[in-house]
Design a protein around this ligand. Structure first.
Ligand code: SF4
Length: 477
């Protein structure tokens, strides 16, 4: 029998990292975390978990798959207490298996602790090697466990100081929520690569990767945690610190373009408003003679609405997305060669046939999916297809918590726009410029990471990390 090949039936996109959630001071803590994780499901679909505490012990339940699959009434009932943290994971560092599912929970000389991490540590390989050489035994292949070992081994007696001591030794991206019996601690790295927000529900305190999780449970958005901020939540209230040396902030601009949900607030602005503005700028910079604007759903929808409004060309949902497709095992055969894209997207022929179509998407990564979508729209009868992308060409991988292919697989790293157009077989192709992108996000230019477009990496990547990424077939620059 031929070997079955595992295929990710996903768009050709950079992929989300993880989502974290925490709540302190609510009798329904585990149930609300479960709901919050549902709202963050777009940030990770490989595993989900919740750890809770009744003030004296920790309880944890984790599993592989979507939140709805991992949790049932019986395992939620086992998560006692009025404080909980949760996590949804897409493996950016470490393999996709249960042992790496978060929250990670350990017991050390400091007692029980659990951690949920969004981001990626660029010096994890070196730190792990150092720790193993001096006796640490790792249970997982995840970079997050490095933080737990560093906390457990810190010479600082005070817990908060031990966390700061540990986090000062790691480099890269971390938006973290810790749970200890009777205490929740949230920390955002000094660059603030990944988002982290503070919310309130009555007297309960909430932490979440995105504000859309607060809306679901009728909680109030209070503010973003600042880059480098550490927040300690106990029965006595909230204490906020800035324990790290100041660094130039570098929150991820791609959260606005693709990762975050459009109904979230990010770095003080509505994601939907920014995405529409990206479409407006795109229409100004890259006009097209067309009859209809069609988004590649779902992430291209807001930018396409902005493009249509600015250009005056009617907007139509000319592609319909099937939301119920996950991953599957296929045996690729000629007869089903393109079924991956067709399972996800289907054209609405009467909106496309005979029309000149502007097809709006948020990025082209390898170009293979764009090529299939263009072929699908052409087969549905489009007269012309003008592809418009709501950000600049993605020329470099991400090292800060986003799953990206290796640099050589990014089509824009080695091809001109005209060469990409030929590859995807569009009649024209236009990207938004870097200036246009920053006009859309407003006055945040000096404060965002845009390394995958510009190559200006805010935190350098250690040589040994590049080597281990290369060996694993992952991104390297
Ligand atoms: Fe975001 Fe790109 Fe920077 Fe990664 S490299 S944090 S995806 S802007």
């Amino acid at each position: 029998m031929k070997e079955m090949r595992k295929t990710r039936l996903e768009d050709d996109h950079f992929h989300d990292q993880c989502g974290v959630f925490g709540i302190f001071g609510h009798p329904e803590a585990a149930n609300l975390t479960y709901l919050g994780l549902h709202a963050l499901q777009h940030r990770g679909q490989e595993s989900a978990g919740i750890a809770s505490s009744d003030g004296s012990r920790l309880f944890a339940e984790r599993g592989m798959g979507h939140v709805g699959k991992v949790f049932s009434k019986s395992n939620l009932d086992r998560l006692a207490g009025n404080m909980a943290i949760g996590h949804v994971r897409y493996s950016t560092a470490g393999e996709s298996k249960l042992v790496n599912a978060q929250p990670l929970r350990i017991e050390s000389g400091r007692g029980e602790m659990a951690i949920a991490h969004n981001g990626n540590l660029v010096n994890a390989a070196r730190m792990r090697g150092d720790l193993e050489r001096t006796g640490s035994i790792f249970q997982t292949t995840s970079d997050t466990e490095v933080i737990l070992h560093l906390i457990a081994r810190s010479s600082r007696e005070n817990l908060e100081e031990a966390i700061v001591d540990a986090l000062q030794q790691v480099e890269g991206a971390f938006s973290l929520v810790f749970l200890f019996p009777g205490k929740m601690i949230a920390v955002r790295d000094p660059r603030g690569f990944r988002p982290l927000s503070l919310g309130r529900l009555g007297s309960a305190t909430l932490i979440t990767s995105e504000s859309c999780a607060l809306d679901l449970i009728d909680a109030e958005f209070v503010r973003d945690l600042q880059p480098g901020e550490m927040m300690v939540v106990t029965e006595d209230g909230i204490a906020s610190y800035h324990p790290f040396p100041q660094a130039k902030p570098a929150p991820c601009i791609f959260e606005y373009i693709y990762f975050a949900r459009p109904d979230s607030l990010l770095y003080g602005r509505s994601v939907n408003v920014v995405r529409r503005a990206l479409g407006v700028e795109l229409a100004r910079e890259q006009p097209a003679p067309a009859d209809v604007v069609v988004p590649v759903p779902d992430s291209g929808v807001s930018a396409a609405l902005g493009y249509a409004r600015e250009s005056g060309i009617p907007f139509e949902f000319g592609l319909v997305r099937n939301h119920y497709v996950g991953r599957t095992f296929i045996e690729p055969r000629q007869s089903i060669r393109h079924f991956g894209v067709k399972l996800k997207l289907n054209p609405v022929r009467n909106l496309i046939t005979g029309k000149r179509v502007v097809l709006v998407d948020d990025s082209i990564v390898r170009g293979t999916t764009s090529r299939k979508i263009v072929a699908m729209v052409r087969a549905a009868g489009a007269r012309e297809i003008h592809v418009r992308i709501s950000c600049p060409p993605t020329t470099g991988p991400c090292h800060y918590g986003i799953d990206t292919p290796r640099r050589s697989e990014l089509i824009a790293s080695s091809h001109t726009v005209e060469e990409i157009r030929k590859f995807i077989q569009a009649d024209s192709l236009g990207y938004l410029s870097r200036d246009g992108m920053y006009r859309a996000v407003g006055d945040l230019q000096a404060e965002l990471c845009d390394a995958c477009f510009t190559g200006n990496y805010p935190v350098p990547i250690p040589r040994e990390t590049k080597a281990s990424l290369k060996a694993a077939g992952k991104s390297s620059r």
